[in-house]
Every structure is written in structure tokens, then in C-alpha cells.
Design a protein around this ligand. Structure first.
Ligand code: SF4
Length: 391
């Protein structure tokens, strides 16, 4: 989504060049094909002359692992040049230009500052979002919620094999329709929660329309938790929108103070953030106190510290899709813990966000969305279950 946004803006500035060139570096080079970056570039540039280069050894230090160049040519000379960083969730930064990604930040940067402000002014997190976010925030959230529900509805009906060549079977319908002998209510709820997370993630993996929450790879967690909460708890859509607003604040704290990019900080930044956002949404629905909300969000991230990003073949399928299901379950678990033991909390949410960022920066690049380490490396060798793929 970041490269698509960059290319669209670039074309708006250089609409009539004779030819164009896109250079993909770092993680965009190594997972660009699996993530569909080259396909999206061709869609954006249409029938204009375009050359796409995957540059594995750029010969200069990258300011961000997701870096790309966009170049326009006129009369065989360079007429326009942008160096762009795709920083996660579809946000981009362009060298030499004001950072687009910071436009939506709240004045209070840390969670503790936000909570202090809310307490002082006797407001909830959704009220805080209404005060400081764009006036059209809730109209946007209505659309987000509609897209989330539609992605679940479409995903649980779809069957077959996901595109990309890994022969990964869609599993949402299997989970949704599957039966477990003597299934108890708790197991039923857990199965449906997983079905919803699989549904949205499989829609993402097959090019369907989803909402980044916070990213495409981690898009299944928040909709699964919210939809299941609505179905089992009877929450009104207005309450769901408030929960989305609260989740957005927590996601924004992580994005502003650390990262939501798997290429920058590993999967902890993507799936860990999604888990934080989902448990915050649940805590908001239950009208938890600030202490309980903070405990839930901190707990959700704490146990993802160090989680690597190693998607097989650069496709957002293995391990990504199952991770969404697991994170949805963990979000529910974190909210449950927060409901009972939050008064024992020792570690602040801001501390764990810093911890995630430092850990992410320490991760070898092989574990930050480059598909050269971990499962991505081992799956094709001894890691595959013999004969299971495509069954
Ligand atoms: S493994 Fe990587 S690509 Fe997959 S969800 Fe996690 S961060 Fe995203």
C-alpha cells in the first residue's frame, strides 16, 4: 500500500513523463514479488513505459529497510526523482518533504501523557480521539467497520487455494463450519474468533479488500475480536466505533514512538500491535478503567517481544495468517487478565513499546521481512510436512 500511495502521488506530480523507473531496495526488493509490489506498480503506471528494478545491493546505507526510488524521464533525462520510505500501514515518507506519516499524530505522544490528559479533563479515550483527530474520524471509522465486516463475511464463504504458489488452502470456512464433538460454548467462541481472523487474512492474501489494522499482514486480529464481541455481547455499532477509536490511539502511540513495520522491527511490530489494538478495543467495549486498558495493551505486546518476520516466499501467508488467529485469541486473553489482575501491573505500556522498538532494531535483518531467514529459509528444506502442501 505504501508503494502504491507513493507511485500515485509521484504520477500526480509527473503525469506526462516519457518513461518511468521504480527501484526497490531492502525488504521491498527481497519480498516485493511475494507482497505484490511489482504488480501494484504496473497497475498504477498502467500502459506508461515502466522499468522495475530489484536492487539487492544498493551501495548506500538505507535509512529504512522499505526504501524505493521513483524516477521520471523526459527526453532521456531525469525529470523527477523521489526516494521514498514505506513505514507501515500504507504510510510513506518522502526525502526532503514534510513527513506525511506524522500529520495525524496527537499532541500527546506517550500513552501516559494521553491518560493524564484524559483524567484531567474527565474524558474517555474515544472522547480524546474526537477532540484531537480529524473531524471526519467517525465517518472514516464507520467505513472501516463496514469493510471489516464485509471482509469477514466474504472470507468465511470463500474456499480453495490461495494464489502465490505455496498451495495454501483457505481455512476460514473450515473453521466456521467445522464441528467439534461435545463442543462447549467457550470452544465454540474460540473457533469462530479464529474463523474470522483467518477470513480477513485470507482475503488479504488473495487480493481482497481489507482494512490495515495496523498493517495488511496483521489485518485479521481487530475485526475478528470486534465482530465476535458484537455477536456475543450485543454491542451497538456506535460502541464498536468508540472501540475502534480507542484501538487507534494505542496503535498510534506505537507508530509514533516505535514502529508498526515488520521490515523495521519484525512481526512484533505488526502482529504485536494488532493484538494491543484488539485488546484495547475489547477493554473499551467493557468500559474498563485506564489502568485496566493499559494492562491489557501492555500484556498483549509484552509476550510478542522478539517475534520475527520471516514470511515464506515473501507471501503474506505462512506464518502470517495463523498468526492473526493466535493474536486474536491472545487479545481476548489479555483483556480477561486485565479484568481481574490489572492492579498488580508492574510494567507500563510506554515501557513495553520502547522495549519492542529496541528489540526490533536489534533483530538481524534476516528476521525483518526479508524472507532470507527463519521459516522463510528453512521451509523449503526440511521444514515442510511431507506431502501435506496442497492436500
Ligand atoms: S510475518 Fe512479517 S509479513 Fe507476516 S504478518 Fe508478521 S510482519 Fe507481516
Amino acid at each position: 500500500m505504501g508503494p502504491e500511495k507513493a507511485a500515485t502521488l509521484f504520477l500526480g506530480e509527473y503525469p506526462d513523463a516519457e518513461s518511468y523507473r521504480v527501484r526497490l531496495y531492502g525488504s521491498l526488493c527481497l519480498t516485493g514479488k511475494g507482497h505484490g509490489t511489482d504488480r501494484v506498480m504496473r497497475q498504477v503506471f498502467g500502459d506508461r513505459p515502466l522499468k522495475i528494478e530489484f536492487v539487492e545491493h544498493p551501495g548506500f546505507p538505507l535509512a529504512h529497510p522499505n526504501t524505493m526510488d521513483l524516477i521520471a524521464y523526459r527526453e532521456s533525462r531525469q525529470a523527477g526523482f523521489w526516494r521514498v520510505r514505506s513505514v507501515g500501514g500504507g504510510e510513506i515518507e518522502i526525502d526532503g518533504r514534510p513527513a506525511l506519516a506524522t500529520e495525524e499524530r496527537y499532541p500527546q505522544q506517550s500513552f501516559s501523557e494521553i491518560v493524564s490528559y484524559c483524567k484531567k479533563h474527565r474524558m474517555t479515550l474515544p472522547q480524546f480521539a474526537r477532540q484531537f483527530d480529524r473531524p471526519e474520524l467517525y465517518r472514516h471509522l464507520e467505513q472501516v467497520w463496514m469493510v471489516m465486516k464485509r471482509a469477514v463475511a466474504e472470507g468465511i464463504r470463500a474456499e480453495g487455494i490461495l494464489p502465490g504458489g505455496l498451495s495454501v488452502r483457505r481455512k476460514a470456512a473450515m473453521l466456521y463450519n467445522g464441528t467439534i464433538e461435545n463442543e462447549r460454548a467457550a470452544t465454540y467462541e474460540s473457533r469462530i474468533l479464529s474463523a474470522y481472523a483467518f477470513a480477513v487474512s485470507e482475503q488479504n492474501a488473495s487480493g481482497g479488500i481489507i482494512t490495515t489494522a495496523p498493517t495488511c499482514g496483521a489485518c485479521g486480529v481487530l475485526p475478528a475480536v470486534l465482530l465476535q464481541a458484537q455477536e456475543s455481547g450485543g454491542y451497538r455499532d456506535e460502541e464498536i466505533l468508540d472501540a475502534l477509536a480507542a484501538a487507534g490511539i494505542v496503535g498510534n502511540v506505537i507508530k509514533s514512538n516505535a514502529s508498526i513495520s515488520g521490515a523495521e522491527c519484525g512481526c512484533q511490530a505488526e502482529i504485536g500491535t494488532a493484538c494491543c489494538m484488539a485488546t484495547t478495543a475489547l477493554a473499551q467495549l467493557r468500559h474498563y478503567s485506564f489502568r485496566q486498558i493499559e494492562y491489557a495493551a501492555e500484556n498483549a505486546m509484552e509476550h510478542y517481544i522478539g517475534l520475527t518476520c520471516d514470511p515464506v516466499c515473501g507471501l503474506v501467508q505462512i506464518p502470517c495468517i495463523e498468526r492473526n488467529s493466535v493474536a486474536a485469541q491472545r487479545a481476548v486473553h489479555a483483556a480477561m487478565l486485565a479484568g481481574v489482575v490489572s492492579n498488580t501491573q508492574k510494567v507500563s505500556f510506554d515501557c513495553i513499546v520502547n522495549n519492542m522498538y529496541e528489540t526490533g532494531r536489534d533483530l538481524l535483518s534476516a528476521y525483518r521481512e526479508t524472507s532470507v531467514g527463519g521459516l522463510a529459509k528453512l521451509y523449503g528444506k526440511a521444514g515442510r510436512v511431507s506431502g501435506a502442501a496442497g492436500r
